[in-house]
Design a protein around this ligand. Structure first.
Ligand code: F0G
Length: 467
């Protein structure tokens, strides 16, 4: 007897997009041509695309209808005002500056608020966020709790800040040495792990003592709100919208990649409470993105984003979204495949170090596993380990983070349970045949965000998955 009644998605399918099936020899060729980097595969050769949840979501009929309401005026588009009002209502910040996507907002914030030599403490790094901090002359310092670096630790809020670590950083850097504290909810690189409201409030109190501001990476903040509702005592009766506002109220502004939570294919924003800083941002955005009422986006994109934000806080939607991630994760746990636990918000993260214990870190196990998964079944995933971490800007050495992961990221409202079954079976089969996976070495390494465009070759033979 089942303990719970089954649940199903709160939507039905109105339109379908055909997927092309490929043969194994076709995939072997494709991954070799892509330099064993799934980012370099043409999507027409991918069956189930779990590369990212970024911009890969299915929009609703209401969002598609909203596109027709695009007011493509250069200045003061109607859709901008709708977006501004929506962000104010749900996120609560006073000033809203649209940007083409998340990193556009990160660029502006880093440029305005970081002076060379300053540190930027954060609950684990994110690739683009950290790079923009470094390009502005800052230095990211990790203050996440130690549990976040342990893929098997079951802490319910592995995105929490270690207050003692943060206090030490703030004290040692002094008031002029800290640019701001950058908090993400959920924490992508830790496996989509949430931060609790209690911890956010404690961080706020600590930062107030030092007069330091906090900016939220709100990219997946609604997913974070879902975890607070279900895991943190006292919020079971609150709506996701109420929890989201409480989270944002602990901070001074946010950068946002609307391509995730907000259910659009492109878009983002910077939101700020400080009027003077917002004025500066409205001036800078003209240089790098576009006028402050469109920020590099079409009016129709702003409209779809406004509608998507309202849809994202719907409890049924989020239950289905995170429920699907759990469904995939639980299948893998049942089969003994090592994944990051607790299961995160936007994807399931294979623990490549434990999956391939025979492979040294220097052979990039997560990169190899991701390539092998594609060869096995046409499922596209992404490396989140040493390749993503890049090199230490001071020493030039590879950084080997404690987490060496492969991310199976679920686009929102796109795939069915059967796609999850196929994905799980491929991972399980690979795990049973893990000795056949061959390590990789770099053949080309770009300077910035190398994981996107790096190329590799197997350390022996010419296949990443031996037959
Ligand atoms: N912050 C977080 C936590 C992200 O996950 C991303 C993007 C960004 C900022 C940057 O936003 O892509 O719109 O410029 N993450 C994507 C991913 C790329 O696949 O995780 P962007």
């Amino acid at each position: 007897m089942k303990k719970h009644r089954s649940w199903a998605e709160p939507w039905k399918i109105k339109m379908v997009e055909h997927l092309r099936m490929t043969s194994r020899p076709e995939r072997e060729n494709a991954i070799a041509e892509a330099g064993f980097n799934t980012f370099l595969l043409p999507s027409r050769l991918v069956y189930i695309d779990l590369l990212t949840d970024s911009g890969t979501n299915a929009m609703s009929d209401v969002q598609w209808a909203g596109l027709m309401r695009g007011d493509e005026a250069y200045a003061g588009s109607e859709n901008f005002y709708r977006l501004e009002e929506t962000v104010r209502r749900y996120y609560g910040y006073a000033h809203v500056i649209p940007t083409h996507q998340g990193r556009g907002a990160e660029h502006l914030l880093s440029r305005m608020c970081i002076r060379p030599g300053q540190v930027v403490p954060g609950n684990m790094y994110f690739t683009t966020t950290k790079l923009h901090q470094e390009l502005a002359g800052g230095r990211f310092v990790d203050v996440v709790i130690d549990e976040a670096h342990d893929p098997d630790n079951l802490h319910p809020f592995k995105g929490n800040v270690d207050l003692a670590k943060l206090d030490r950083v703030l004290r040692e850097a002094g008031p002029d040495g800290v640019a701001y504290v950058c908090l993400a909810g959920t924490v992508n690189m830790a496996g989509g792990q949430p931060i609790s409201l209690a911890n956010l409030r404690d961080v706020r109190a600590l930062c107030d003592r030092y007069g330091v501001r906090i900016y939220l990476d709100a990219t997946r903040a609604v997913e974070n709100a879902y975890f607070i509702k279900h895991r943190e005592p006292g919020y079971a009766q609150s709506t996701l919208a109420e929890i989201l506002r409480k989270m944002c109220d602990c901070t001074d502004g946010c950068t946002m990649s609307a391509k995730k939570d907000a259910l659009v294919n492109i878009g983002g924003f910077l939101a700020l409470n400080d009027a003077e800083l917002a004025e500066q941002a409205r001036n800078l955005v003209v240089v790098y993105e576009g006028l402050h009422t469109y920020g590099g986006l079409a009016g129709r994109d702003l409209e779809a984003m406004a509608i998507g934000i309202a849809e994202s806080v719907d409890g049924e939607h989020m239950h289905a979204r995170i429920g699907q991630v759990e469904y995939l994760g639980e299948k893998l746990i049942e089969a003994g495949v090592p994944i990051v636990r607790p299961i995160g918000g936007h994807g399931v993260f294979l623990n490549a170090s434990r999956f391939l214990p025979h492979m040294p870190r220097e052979q990039f196990p997560a990169q190899a596993l991701s390539a092998a998964l594609y060869v096995d079944s046409g499922v596209r995933s992404m490396e989140r380990g040493a390749v993503s971490a890049g090199r230490d800007p001071r020493t030039g050495d590879h950084i080997y983070p404690s987490l060496e992961l492969v991310r199976l990221t679920l686009p929102r409202r796109v795939y069915t349970q059967a796609h999850m079954d196929v994905t799980a079976e491929s991972c399980i089969s690979l795990y049973e045949n893990r000795d056949r996976i061959v390590g990789l070495k770099f053949t080309h390494e770009p300077k910035y965000l190398r994981f996107f465009q790096s190329r590799f070759a197997p350390v022996r033979g010419d296949k990443v998955l031996a037959v």
